[in-house]
Design a protein around this ligand. Sequence first.
Ligand SMILES: C[S@@+](CC[C@H](N)C(=O)[O-])C[C@H]1O[C@@H](n2cnc3c(N)ncnc32)[C@H](O)[C@@H]1O
Length: 409
Amino acid sequence: MAERLALFATAARGTEDLLAEELKELGAKRIRQDRGGVRFMAALDEALNVCLWSRIAMRVLYPLGEFDAKGAQGLYDAVASVPWEEHLTTNVTFAVDANLKDTEHAHSGFVALKVKDAIVDRLREKLGSRPDVDTRNPDVSVVAHLVKEKLSLSLDLCGEPLHRRGYRVRPTPAPLKENLAAALLRAAGYTGTEALVDPMCGSGTIVIEGGLIARKRAPGINRSFAVERWPHLGVRAKELLADLRADARRNERKVEVPILGFDKSDEALEAADRNVKAARLGEEIQLAEGDATKLPPLPEGGGLVLTNPPYGDRLGSGGQKGMKTFYFKLGDSLRALPGWRVWVLSGNPAFESAFHARPMARRDVWNGPIPCTLLGYRAPPLPPGSKPVLGAPGESQEVAPVRPEHQDE
Ligand SMILES: C[S@@+](CC[C@H](N)C(=O)[O-])C[C@H]1O[C@@H](n2cnc3c(N)ncnc32)[C@H](O)[C@@H]1O
């Protein structure tokens, strides 16, 4: 491999610019925002630093090439032209993950099988034997992305997608992906030096991601990465990651701001509690039962409220009309909190008018397949004489509308 690798980090649609910003801070070079992610250059240690530290990326891919791949035979021939013997040996396991868009093939399983066959046949020819497939925990993950007849092939440095930090031991219905929650926090200007509240915290993703930022804890500190098992880079990657992990552990900081999660569901709170403890943030995050439309007094000095309220009628409160009433009550509860900027991710188009306040910022973001809007509301001024909590930025930067074009996975 070249000294500097040309890589592609994927992210949730609508967060590519936030990922580009983050990659720059992590030392990536020649950063170029693209559809569904960000291209960049990085030496191996820098690439591993991105795997360990990126809060927003979903995967970090090492692209092997782009090919014309017409029909099943074209697909097979394109894959067989790649020098797989440079990336795989006969004693590692591998798996193929295929994503299709507008293709002649109906099933991703068929494409994955063709790609696998071509890899195996090439290796059998070049090495006299073939590696085994392990779809659950492969050493090398091959990612095939087929759009119409254009095939891109990559190796995934991470293996398990990066949003799997390892703390979600108890999910709830409709949790945010961890990397999306981190992107929303960045969009809202959260740096971990001001108070954070999620009044509808569900499984706790927003408060946990906020806690990790406040603690300066690397999101990937408790997991390994597939690249550590790659035949030609694995040993070096393991050594480098050991140093990066040790540095990360040394540089964690104490959390000096309140981080609070409320929910009205006992089940959600129980899940959040389990997840917060699994994230080792039990001391830093307080959880309590509460109704977001009748919030108890929040810590003095203000900070950031970031939340994603229910989009649909899970509340059983009278369909869309009931949702509008709920959003209106939320507006009454949240929009007039002195010193608190309120940011809301909503997947219900009725939210904005029902909330009844003018956002200072908005962006289109996709929560998986659901198109959502992130809305940011200015903080009403603090009463005279009160102090903001620590280094609170007070007012977040304006966020330009972003219209994402395609999804990462
Ligand atoms: C879309 S989920 C939030 C998911 C969360 N961000 C996560 O990652 O798990 C919405 C949450 O709002 C909670 N909820 C609904 N109405 C509420 C209310 N009036 N007060 C507090 N929580 C409420 C639900 O119990 C649910 O957990």
